[in-house]
Design a protein around this ligand. Sequence first.
Ligand code: UT7
Length: 331
Amino acid sequence: MRAIVTGMGYFTPKTRLSNHDLERMVDTSDEWITARTGIKERRILEKGKGTSYMAVRAARSLLAGRNIPADEIDMIIVATVTPDMPVPATAAFVQREIKASNCGGFDLNGGCAGFVCAFSIASQFIETGKYKKVMVIGADKMSGIIDYEDRNTCVIFGDGAGAVLLEPSEEEDEGVRDFILRLDGSGADMLRVDAGGSLHPATRETVEKKMHYVFQDGKAVFKHAVKGMADVSGRILDENDLSPDDMGLLVPHQANIRIIDAVSKKLDLPSEKVAVNLEKYGNTTAATIPIALAEAYEEGKIEKGDWVVISAFGAGFTWGSALFKWAMDKP
Ligand code: UT7
């Protein structure tokens, strides 16, 4: 039994933060951001709303598109680094709002690779025969943990959510074929939020020292991201006797167009086989892949029978890839 993607949904907030808006906030320019990242604008969720607001809307859109009631969902996994609050899990708010009355669920922090981790775990619930409908959500409100006075980070990140449904298929030749998940804590200092956890609970001092915001050593992360994503994307093809020519679409984490281009080049993939939407949304952390996958499907860039690779790299360092054969008919 294999796990196939049978539905998708996504949500991005209406408010846009353009490069020109950022020019008025920090010492940067549209030219620099466009050339160094490929990003033109990002979406920002209004104050008073948390990550679950977007996750719920992505989930509802998925259910409507698949035309199934929420009580058929067996499991909800939310990949996020920006839960609504430390306790309870954001999955609980999603379950409550969509009224999924027969499911289990939990959150998972895999940084920018969170969706690849959650998707891989979900595929195992299906393959073992334990569950029939597993909803995997990648959702992040990065604007809640970004310092809009720090040009190193505020130009990159944005808010969004994407959801994917996995179900079983008896067809051996479709669905999730493999995944590779990696973790290397020697990179833990290079992308982090220092306070708000058990090590440095919130105090006046942590707030004054801006310890609740994202810190990133961009150059170091960049270098490791190219190497890590190219490695797991190439390896997953090799280990499954596939070549880049056999690939339908690579859906990479959307952090920086230069990372995506370098990975594509290493894999020898032409640009039409690589999903890119970061110019519109920036880096939405766990949400980039499900949003890019859903948009690529809507735009007719994936067809039934295509091999798809998703690949991401982020805080931890954690990174990974998953390989699956697309089983949905055209939208
Ligand atoms: O999703 C999780 C994983 N995260 C990533 O994959 C992000 C990986 N890193 C990156 O995407 C890039 O490193 C950044 C986009 C964050 C930065 O780009 P970069 O080309 O690595 O720039 P840099 O940090 O090496 O800085 C180059 C120059 C510096 O000036 P000097 O020292 O050469 O005079 C920076 O001060 O650009 C300057 N700079 C900026 N200038 C205008 C840095 N940020 C900005 C900015 N606007 N926003």
